[in-house]
Design a protein around this ligand. Structure first.
Ligand SMILES: *Cc1c(COP(=O)(O)O)cnc(C)c1O
Length: 349
């Protein structure tokens, strides 16, 4: 019996439609499927999103784009957020990928290598991660105009905090910089930006985490379930310890269940002593540290220990688990390992 990760493709499609419904008809809703669709499997997730209506997809790396092209066929647009790296020419051409040029260097490199090939441009509106800065633009306009980008984008640093002053500031900077690209489609909003409201939507949005059921999209339908088989149950006397470092000590006669998954499977070690798993509706605390391949759980209060305990599901979503591990839902998802039996539900719409 293996630990089982279920991925609900219908829920992903529904989350895409719900985010799409937040904007008006002239805004297109794209889909971010970088890092293998946040760890959930782009080969299954992206076609489900395409059937729901997504036409523009975003990945981080050219290699991810090549694999995505195989999964999606020739029609959808595939943007490479990491941009154009030396050596990417062949893969970009062969798989019809659209690099998002992120710096003066990338613009010049791409203009020299691939003058007739489609591209997009990222402008820095204040995050200072990727993107061409306003002051660099005048010296690049000749090359940029010749490349005729399909899209100009920027990215918000604090969209998860609606009241953060940087949101309005970045919006203003992006609007101003985009004036240098008349008639070219604009994109600023990821999941958080979509929820900020119509001023942030422009012609194309780029939701990622919201599709996969994570915050800040409160109303998202949960997408993943994870249940772990119980491989041993033992009784532990008061004063005995459980696990590495002896960090948990029984204070009463206790029953400990050992489950088959650990930090090598993305159950982040920092959640030891803080997270819970569920037996039906009943929460059971982790007892002691998370090991590489195993978890130990205090099941003393259960009348009967089921064959499997639930880590992710209706009682505990990715954000609740993330909080126990001191991280965010994005990291919980992308950490999920390759050893789970993966079961896809739905997706035949
Ligand atoms: C990852 C990413 C997104 C998607 O962000 P979410 O917060 O997951 O919706 C959008 N745009 C860029 C540039 C990104 O790097």
């Amino acid at each position: 019996m293996r630990a089982e990760l279920t991925i609900d493709l219908d829920a992903i499609a529904e989350n895409w439609r719900a985010l799409d419904a937040q904007s008006t008809g002239w805004t297109e809703t794209g889909a971010v499927v970088k890092a293998d669709a946040y760890g959930l499997g782009a080969a299954r997730v992206a076609p489900a999103l395409a059937r729901a209506g997504a036409k523009s997809f975003f990945v981080a790396l050219a290699e991810e784009g090549a694999a995505l092209r195989e999964a999606l066929g020739s029609r959808p647009e595939i943007y490479i957020l990491g941009g154009y790296m030396p050596g990417d020419l062949e893969i970009v051409r062969e798989h019809d990928l659209t690099p998002v040029l992120n710096s003066a260097e990338q613009v010049r490199g791409f203009a020299a290598d691939a003058p007739g090939t489609g591209c997009a441009v990222q402008l820095d509106s204040g995050m200072n991660r990727l993107g061409i800065e306003g002051l660099e633009l005048p010296a690049l306009m000749l090359e940029l105009n010749a490349l005729r980008p399909k899209l100009v984008i920027s990215h918000l640093a604090c969209a998860e905090e609606p009241a953060h002053p940087l949101n309005a500031m970045q919006l203003g900077v992006f609007q101003t910089l985009a004036l240098g690209f008349p008639g070219i489609r604009r994109s600023l909003a990821a999941t958080g930006g979509i929820l900020l409201g119509p001023a942030w939507h422009f012609e194309l949005t780029r939701p990622g985490i919201g599709l996969y059921g994570g915050l800040p999209f409160n109303e998202a339908r949960p997408v993943v379930g994870l249940s772990l088989p119980v491989i041993q149950i033992r009784d532990v006397a008061p004063g005995e310890i459980v696990g590495y470092g002896g960090s948990w000590t029984a204070t009463r006669p206790s029953r400990i269940a050992t489950l088959s998954a650990g930090y090598a499977d993305g159950l982040i070690r920092a959640m030891g002593g803080r997270a819970r798993v569920f037996a039906g509706d009943t929460p059971c605390p982790l007892a002691g540290r998370v090991s590489m391949d195993l978890l130990t759980v205090d099941v003393t209060d259960l009348d009967a220990v089921p064959e499997r305990l639930e880590v992710l599901g209706p009682h505990q979503g990715i954000d609740a688990l993330a909080e126990a591990a001191g991280t965010i839902g994005h990291e919980v998802l992308t950490a999920l390992g390759s050893r789970y039996a993966r079961v896809y539900k739905g997706g035949d719409n």
